[in-house]
Ligand binder design. Structure first.
Ligand SMILES: [Zn+2]
Length: 370
């Protein structure tokens, strides 16, 4: 490993109780099988030959991962025997040290990070679909490894995190670190629109105005949608549906209003709720497409396949991001204002307030700054 800027690294560090000479860092640990997390000190990690160390500047709280882990929902009790663990898989920061074999990064670059760990050699990886790498078994039910999710891959709720060098994407100069957290989510929305049968001028509906749904909105707008209807729940009326309108939705709607009067060409289901899939079935035109982005926590979800078959409505599933989605999301980030979907931001030391804000849906993507 080459140490980079050892004399200046102090300036990268905030909220450190111990001096850097102790080579320790502050992390936010899930320590015990109970609600909450706790600040702790851990050794600063050293990157392996093909890895880099990131000084984390901003890390997101995912309503489907870190938030339920914090609450200690039953779905995540499978982590119990692996605690303590540091989670955090949506993050941006500065390249702080690079492994001996790393040639593409020298240190000091501002980066966003793809959290999925891929092999780089399998067919899917070689075709740019590292989101579907077949060679890196992981702890998640979908079986793929990810930084901050796998039990042996500590995450970014920490001052430093080590990641494979191939997972980095340099942030455009105009994109803040907090906005950088959102890029991997924006890339999911890009993936949803790009992988679908969407054509310029098409009419789109999106269920679920969370990070993925609002990202799909930005992508559909950039791709030339003529209409974008954002559908939310009661809890979305206060903040997220108004944000959707601000970001270009031509109409917003409460899911309780039922099926759309005019079925759309492409329906992006980004909530992971089966009731929203029912809405998609009844609101997509014959020959149209349902794009499933929301993650269901049930193994099996019922689908009205006969009705969809009669109308030749196809279902496209989307998971994670491909190389091309990152490229398009990075380009898109230079021309759209991501500030409405990012924040509020909290110092990591104020994590309790941060998780409370997430629970209250105070914004779209609550972030912590280590
Ligand atoms: Zn692979």
């Amino acid at each position: 490993m080459r140490e980079l800027y050892p004399k200046t690294r102090l300036s990268f560090v905030r909220n450190v109780a111990a001096p850097m000479t102790d080579a320790s860092m502050t992390v936010l640990e899930k320590r015990a099988a109970e609600p909450g997390m706790k600040l702790a000190e851990r050794p600063i990690p050293t990157p392996g030959a093909d890895e880099v160390r990131i000084a984390v500047r901003s890390v997101g709280i995912d309503g489907g991962v870190e938030a339920p882990l914090y609450r200690w929902d039953e779905y995540y009790h499978r982590y119990e025997s692996h605690l303590p663990q540091v989670f955090g898989h949506e993050f941006a920061g500065v390249v702080d040290a690079v492994g001996a074999d790393v040639v593409d990064w020298t240190g000091g670059e501002r980066v966003a990070v793809e959290p999925r760990v891929s092999c780089g050699r399998c067919r899917n990886c070689r075709e740019g679909r590292q989101n579907l790498c077949t060679e890196k078994p992981g702890f998640s039910p979908h079986g793929r490894r990810a930084i901050g999710i796998d039990v042996d891959a500590p995450g970014a709720l920490a001052e430093y995190v080590v990641v494979p060098a191939r997972n980095l994407y340099e942030l455009p100069g105009s994109v803040t670190f907090d906005e950088g957290v959102f890029l991997e989510l924006l890339a999911i929305g890009v993936h949803a629109v790009e992988a679908s049968s969407f054509e310029m001028g098409d009419r789109v509906a999106i269920a679920g105005p969370g990070s993925a749904g609002l990202s799909a909105l930005l992508a559909a707008r950039a791709a030339g949608a003529s209409e974008i209807v954002m559908i939310g729940a009661d809890i979305d009326e206060g903040t997220r549906l108004p944000i959707a309108a601000e970001m270009g939705a031509t109409a917003t709607r409460n899911a309780t209003e039922g099926a759309l009067d005019r079925p759309v060409d492409v329906f992006v289901e980004a909530s992971g709720h089966e009731s929203a899939f029912r809405l998609a079935e009844s609101s997509t035109r014959p020959g149209g497409e349902i794009v499933q982005v929301g993650v269901f926590h049930d193994d099996r979800v019922s689908v009205a396949l006969t009705a969809l078959l009669n109308d030749e409505v196809s279902i496209r599933t989307v998971n994670g991001r491909r190389q091309s989605d990152w490229r398009r999301a990075l380009a898109l980030s230079e021309s759209v204002d991501l500030s409405p979907v990012v924040g509020p931001a909290f110092d990591m030391a104020d994590y309790e307030a941060g998780f409370a804000a997430e629970a209250e849906r105070a914004g779209v993507k609550v972030v912590l700054n280590p």
